[in-house]
Design a protein around this ligand. Structure first.
Ligand code: WQD
Length: 337
């Protein structure tokens, strides 16, 4: 039987590379597009080391519209999983136009080329950021989308709207997966989170501090209205998150979607505070994390964790790995750097 061929944009990134591994495991044919602006070619070696087979790789900047069109003429694609985007919240505040160009224009060019070539299955990498500080926890997919606190978050909201409008007039079925906080690494430690420069996200900063690369972790605020004053997030193992993409893709390929565009929260359903994460990391890995309490970070919300019922029921997907699994895999990956 012909294997479905899946395009993974940003497939050498953190979540993209873990999703490519799961796609290859499921027997899909994979072609990666990545512009290498925020990753390294060695990630492709890592994927090959795990999967035994190498996905096809095309170095391409999705801002180059004609090259995107030429790509789709050359490849017969059955579905697209779209990760490629800039994703640093702080940087997006300093360079909004870079984010609107890189995250929005590229999405438009991708959808235009899909329409021209009758590619109708699309999975979009979205984020719980679209909810801002939700009024109710856990957060369901019906929670209102709130005004984004950053251009990065705004590009996710605008991206969802662009796709929704396009499904109304194009033969396109789409699923937006709203990620909570992806962490950890593949158990083999051949791939993982590769923050280039000073890490913005919590876990890479924790692992680099524990490894002595960073002097100490700043905990951004301990005066939030939470159990220990530090902010709460839903930390999901990146391998669980990758598998949610396989379930979503299968739903579209089998035509099981209930609407032309669907949204699913992808998290564990459990919230952990920053201090709880530090404690869990130290217990899981028998190592110390130097930290100090610092001021709150601009734009941070108090708490977010997912109501995962819809993804559990409709995608037949559950997070299987816990916080300590993710934190020990992150540490194993750090020790390999
Ligand atoms: C988590 C918690 C910080 C660093 C963002 C985006 C989301 C996704 C993931 C792209 C917060 C605290 C962090 C540090 C700290 N983006 N923290 N010291 O902000 O929840 O989510 O990144 O993929 O869409 O919104 O993730 O890891 O930056 O922060 O105390 O050095 O850790 O204040 O409470 P965040 P994060």
């Amino acid at each position: 039987m012909k294997k479905n061929k899946i395009l993974v944009t940003g497939g050498l990134g953190f979540i993209g590379s873990h999703t490519v591994v799961e796609l290859l495991k499921e027997g899909y044919e994979v072609v990666i597009i990545d512009d290498l602006s925020n990753t390294r070619m060695e990630v492709l070696e890592g994927i090959k080391a795990i999967s035994g087979v190498g996905p096809e790789f095309v170095k391409l900047d999705l801002k180059e519209k004609e090259k995107v069109r030429a790509f789709f003429k050359e490849h017969s694609i059955d579905g697209v999983i779209h990760f490629a985007a800039s994703k640093a919240v702080g940087e997006s505040v300093e360079e909004p136009l870079k984010y609107y160009e890189n995250n929005i224009a590229t999405l438009v060019y991708l959808l235009q080329s899909m329409a021209e070539n009758k590619v109708s299955n699309f999975i979009f990498s979205s984020s719980c950021t679209v909810y801002g500080q939700a009024d109710e926890l856990p957060i369901t997919e019906n929670a209102p989308v709130k005004k984004a606190e950053s251009p990065y978050g705004n590009t996710k909201q605008i991206g969802e709207e662009i796709i929704q409008d396009t499904t109304k007039v194009m033969d396109l079925k789409a699923i937006a997966l709203r990620y909570f906080n992806p962490i950890g690494a593949h158990e083999s430690a051949h791939i993982g989170e590769l923050p280039l420069g000073v890490p913005q996200n919590l876990i890479p900063f924790v692992t680099q501090t524990a490894a002595g690369i960073r002097k100490e972790l700043s905990v951004f605020g301990d005066d939030y209205p939470t159990q220990d004053g530090t902010a709460v997030r839903d930390y999901i193992h990146v391998v669980d998150l990758a598998q949610a993409h396989i379930c979503a893709l299968q739903r579209l390929l089998e035509g099981k979607n209930q609407a032309k565009m669907e949204f699913f929260n992808v998290g564990t359903g459990k919230g952990s505070s920053v201090l709880e994460v530090i404690k869990a990391f130290e217990e899981a890995n028998g190592t110390k994390v130097n930290y100090k309490i610092a001021d709150r970070r601009e734009g941070d919300i108090t708490a977010a964790y997912a109501d995962t019922e819809l993804a559990n029921k409709e995608l037949g997907w559950h997070a299987k790995l816990g916080l300590k699994d993710a934190l020990s895999s992150a540490w194993k990956w750090q020790l390999k750097q």
